[in-house]
Design a protein around this ligand. Structure first.
Ligand code: PLP
Length: 363
């Protein structure tokens, strides 16, 4: 296989799906894959039987979910446009409006399906202002309880997305308690409540049973169907970015340039100022750099058991969530192919991106 490529391992996805099944069975909650995190449909066949459907952030994600995943489709968008709404309603089982003004505006055109609103509880677990739905002046959802009561008969549920890679069950439970306290009377009028994504329940030491009990008691207390919208939790740890060393330089540090680019192929490392992850140790330390002309195009610093040589293969971990969905053509760097490791271990080339795709994305 020619690098660069994203390598997605179906067996590892299946292991996450086993936890998904455990949570669904023990809690009664339904789990919808958040396509904004991961939309690589050639592996949906190992996910479909273990999740209840998809949720989306746009018309295109919604359509992809409807056509490639099937099952239940939730349609959310920060703002629907006039020319999208009828098509969206045609694909969706439920449409979730971000604001009361959108609900009112599209009331007639969405009457045929269940409607919901995004509720912003006014707090979140995000450490990054950039990704904090409860940040000051947030546009993400309604929070005024009197206004919400005013439209309760037009909707059957709410979506509350306020967690971000939250590994702390006690914090989750405390914050759900705040929601019960602040919005309980309103929630009791509804049929369903989605608690969004961002709960890291497929992590190694996460207390799945406690989460299941907590969700079950929440559902019972308000007599609602609970939904979760896992993105990262569904596919965490299941893919890598496979690259090859193209050149070796010295500038106070040893530098290795690889046939990929952080900006183009692992953008979130730059956005959130994080280092990439590689499972390697040893005495020989290198800064692993991308091949774009951006000076800070750096995957991170890693140590290796032997000196690197041109042609060496490196594997950068954690390449599933928010990675393939953000790949782009910056610098015209060859876009990584998508390779799938099937459950029997065989590697299958699912997609290659060539010059034709590069040209067609520019005009
Ligand atoms: C981003 C997002 C998700 C998925 O979040 P993860 O952290 O990937 O689990 C789910 N629901 C909504 C509304 C989102 O914006």
């Amino acid at each position: 296989m020619q690098t660069p490529y994203y390598l997605i391992d179906k067996k590892l996805i299946a292991a996450n799906m086993a936890k998904m099944d455990q949570l669904r069975a023990a809690s009664g909650a339904k789990c919808l894959l958040a396509l904004k995190c991961f939309a690589t449909w050639p592996v949906f066949d190992v996910m479909r039987d273990h999740m209840d459907g998809i949720t989306s952030s746009s018309l295109f994600e919604l359509r992809l979910g409807r056509e490639k995943f099937g099952k239940e489709a939730h349609a959310y968008s920060v703002a629907w446009s006039d020319n999208e709404i009828d098509e969206a309603v045609g694909y969706a089982d439920k449409i979730i409006f971000n604001s009361i003004s959108q609900l009112v505006r599209f009331d007639d055109r969405s009457k045929g399906i269940k409607r919901g609103l995004r509720l912003n509880p006014g707090f979140s677990t995000s450490d990054f202002d950039l990704a904090d739905p409860a940040r000051k002046f947030s546009r993400l959802g309604e929070w005024d309880i009197d206004k919400l009561h005013g439209v309760a008969d037009q909707i059957s549920g709410v979506m509350i997305h306020y967690n971000c890679e939250n590994e702390d069950f006690d914090q989750f439970s405390d914050q759900l308690g705040r929601i019960e306290n602040d919005f309980g009377e309103f929630l009791a009028k509804l049929e369903w409540v989605s608690l969004g994504g961002g709960i890291h329940f497929t992590g190694a030491n996460y207390p799945l049973d406690q989460l299941a009990d907590r969700l079950k008691s929440f559902a019972k207390r308000f007599d609602v169907q609970v939904y979760l919208e896992p993105g990262e939790a569904a596919i965490t740890g299941t893919a890598s970015l496979e690259v090859t060393v193209l050149d070796l330089l010295e500038n106070e540090k040893s530098l290795a340039i690889v046939d990929s680019s952080v900006e183009a192929h692992m953008l979130d490392l730059l956005v959130y100022r994080e280092s990439g992850k590689m499972n390697t140790r040893g005495k020989h330390r290198y800064q692993i750099c991308g091949k774009s002309c951006l000076a800070g195009d750096i995957f991170g610093e890693f140590s290796f058991p032997e000196p690197l040589k041109i042609g060496d293969r490196l594997s950068i971990e954690d390449a599933a969530g928010y990675t393939l969905v953000k790949k782009n053509w910056f610098n015209g760097v060859k876009m990584p192919s998508i390779v799938i490791r099937e459950e029997d271990g065989a590697l299958r080339l699912a997609r290659e991106f060539g010059y034709d795709e590069f040209v067609s994305s520019h005009g």
